[in-house]
Design a protein around this ligand. Sequence first.
Ligand code: FAD
Ligand code: SIN
Length: 534
Amino acid sequence: MQKTDVLIIGAGIAGLTTAIKLAERRKDLDITVFTKTIKQESNTKYAQGGVAAVWNHEIDSYDKHIGDTLDAGDGLCDPEVVSFVVKEGPERVQDIIDWGARFDKSIESNQYDLGREGGHSENRILHFKDITGWEIQRTLSDRVALLENIKIHEHYFAIDLITQHHLGQNITRLRDDIRCYGAYALNTKSGNIETFLSKVTVLATGGSGQVYRNTTNPVIATGDGIAMMYRAKGRIANMEFVQFHPTALYNPAGENPSFLISEAVRGFGAILRRVNGEQFMEGYDARKSLAPRDIVARAIDSEMKKSGEDFVYLDCTHLDREAFMEHFPNIYEKCKDVGINVFQDYIPVTPACHYICGGIKVDYKGRSSIKQLYACGECTSSGLHGANRLASNSLLEAMVYGHRIHANILEEIENYKIDNKIPEWDATGTTQPKELVLLTQSQRELKEIMSSYVGIVRSNVRLKRALDRLYLLYAETERLYQSSVISPQLCELRNLITIAYLISRSAAMRTESRGLHFTTDYTYKNNFIEETLM
Ligand code: FAD
Ligand code: SIN
């Protein structure tokens, strides 16, 4: 049994920002951070386009960034959250610059070279080439290494949050006094399940993209934090809003994750074309290739259905070579590796699951519905994104909430004690599963269900079919879980099934089309529903 003041589950931008801020302000606090594999692997590492922030007040303003965020969110953003995230954003970006992050500057002016992405009315994206996330993850990891009171535990897979349930009490979703005392974690190197007791815990477990067949998210993105929260009977919101990025590189051989062709490439002037070379976006939105993501992804989906092909094209052939190479060296190299010369060939692209806008419901201070438990980053539903996230607002959200959470923990931590009565994990009666291949097959089946029935376009019949099939997978997997020695594969499958259920169930509850949730059974904004809370 291990004890720590603060347990942070996740070492991407959300978890590490919170950890660094706490460690710098309170050297006496002992901070433990888990990452389920190695510390460099996260959604954060793959971010390409950059961080949105109002930087140049001569051309941009908070009101414009707020307006763009609300417009993309399609009526479901919390305006108060949008306002403070946008206004606090530049200061938080400055924090990470002070910690050593590099963002590209224009050679002529020595000012930050601000990029543009879909749904933004001004250039406001700070970036480092097309590998902004890599630079951010590097900066945060370097900073953590300087702080002695942060202990990073690599290969620690959090299995479940510890609550009064583990003290034998009956916990229901109606209770408003659930507390979190820490978490059980599988040390994937030793195979042991260890108990970590904490005064406060922060979930920063990132995304859930692996619930679909095609996703830009790395294989670690299995929605573990949201699933743990649901099992602990905490509140989850808005899970139907799954963002499909319009332009993942189409690879007929299949690739997991799918490689992203950043929206910044369209911001740079690239044009979407049908397989016969015609442009098509003007038929869908006046902003053409730079309309918000939900609109562009639906347009591409519709064009693919009409042509019967699995892709459309992105045309970069007219763009300035030197400037393209300067801005997008990684994209250029990847395309070259698969035989595409971006200056001569059109790039085949297809939508891929990219971001989950819903998640653990948090208040303005990052507190979840469970006491002593905070949540930060992609695993949350904060109210910033509403029904559709504006490009490059995710890294920003994680930094702003990481800051707010650290401030609230510093105010509250003295009120909490570590509970010493928590029992160790009980694994009696479990045996090694005989056929691990069954887990792989179930995961494949799950992805097929979600991709076929709960994708960009939905209907009541498809959602019912998905829920019926998910129930079978759920029942089978629960039986296996009760009798098996725990493994990361089994936990991930179980978590993905929960995520799939939450997405499908929330989608079935929303009797309208809005933002990223589009259904053939209901018209656009038919019936205003604030949130789908589960
Ligand atoms: P992550 O960075 O995913 O970190 C999650 C952490 O949790 C990891 O350390 C993981 O090991 C750990 N973890 C998960 N489960 C467990 C468990 N059970 N036990 C222990 N540890 C666990 N957003 C932007 O704003 N701008 C962009 O340009 C941009 N580009 C993107 C490009 C790609 C290809 C992708 C995939 C996403 C992009 N996004 C972008 C989205 C953004 O990168 C993510 O939303 C953000 O980085 C999430 O940060 P996070 O800290 O919440 O989670
Ligand atoms: C991109 O670079 O297109 C991704 C940006 C984002 O997801 O915010």
